[in-house]
Ligand binder design. Sequence first.
Ligand code: NAD
Ligand code: DAU
Length: 351
Amino acid sequence: MTILVTGGAGFIGSNFVLDWLAQSQEKVVTLDALTYAGNRENLAILKGDERHHFVHGDIGDRALLDQLLATHQPRAILHFAAESHVDRSIHGPGAFIKTNVEGTFTLLDAARAYWSGLNEDIKGDFRFLHVSTDEVYGSLAPDAPAFTETHPYEPNSPYSASKAASDHLVRAWHHTYGLPVLTTNCSNNYGPFHFPEKLIPLMIVNALAGKPLPVYGDGQQIRDWLYVKDHCSAIRTVLAQGRLGETYNVGGWNEKANIDIVKTVCALLDELRPSSEGPYARLITYVKDRPGHDRRYAIDARKIERELGWRPAETFETGIRKTVQWYLDHPDWVARVQSGAYRDWMEKQYA
Ligand code: NAD
Ligand code: DAU
């Protein structure tokens, strides 16, 4: 048996592939376009492992998809591939429409053609699992209840609008064509292999380099944080037990203001890698806010717990400690992802 993972060289996708192969003999085919966010080094440990097959390619390439599906005959497609950074979507929304909307459409249609041709005895077991985000629900007022699966879609950024569009396409391919789909809408992830353009890894690598820690606006925006390996276990659970056509919210019950996240990272670094210059919090710098910045996200993850028995294993305290330690233990990985393209982005965003 085989699963096809799109975006498996990115942050969450690579954690998923590594976790999958750590607990299963089932083969994984990873399809990844290796954009700036994709990194084959994340999967380096799998070199020579016959259970893993890496394909460098685009989800928008229909001929490639048809060939991959025909060759590998996966029993499931796990769709992680996306442009994922909100700030980049503000500077250049086109790539988000191309990959997240058009790419998801192409993948869905290829999956439909493949699934339609399967023998009746295996057709019912096929799954298309779409990995999505809580950002499709928009922004919450301070005292509003957390997002449930029935919360209206109110995406506010080009990124979240493109993900909302992809969710709707997935829903329609189920409703109209009967494609056996599952969708997960997850809150903010953090953990190993997180590209240092996102809040937590950016704060860790900037602090270690003695650079400013840029906090947007007043730093009181709230995100709901989940350790990436808990997201991976939620996806495995939904794949195994999720009801067809359903969506499942995934979250860590960890609502935190950005400024508190940054202070926590600083305190952990003070403990684990003290600086001779003094506490890392001295580097905190308030900068211009993100345009259209969503104020608060919070996930109500009771459905996945009630129906499928999933709960996160990590608390924020255990997860963030592991994460900071991982970055301290992997300076070479950090140095290598900070390429010329990375420096160009930093210059553009924070100049
Ligand atoms: P990421 O940006 O780290 O990785 C995305 C991966 O997709 C990269 O390896 C990239 O090379 C690949 N990719 C991009 N365009 C592609 C294309 N056209 N064809 C094939 N591959 C392509 O993203 P991530 O943070 O790992 O997010 C993975 C998925 O999870 C995304 O769909 C994202 O919307 C969703 N998600 C992310 C979070 C989070 O906190 N990071 C939370 C909820 C949901
Ligand atoms: O909620 C899930 C989403 O979480 C995913 O769908 C996205 O793919 C993922 O990138 C993430 O989006 P955010 O915009 O919430 O993540 P980011 O790490 O970019 O920012 C987290 C918060 O920190 C947000 O309120 C903006 C703020 N921030 C971010 C950066 C990069 C800063 O204050 N300073 C910064 O330099």
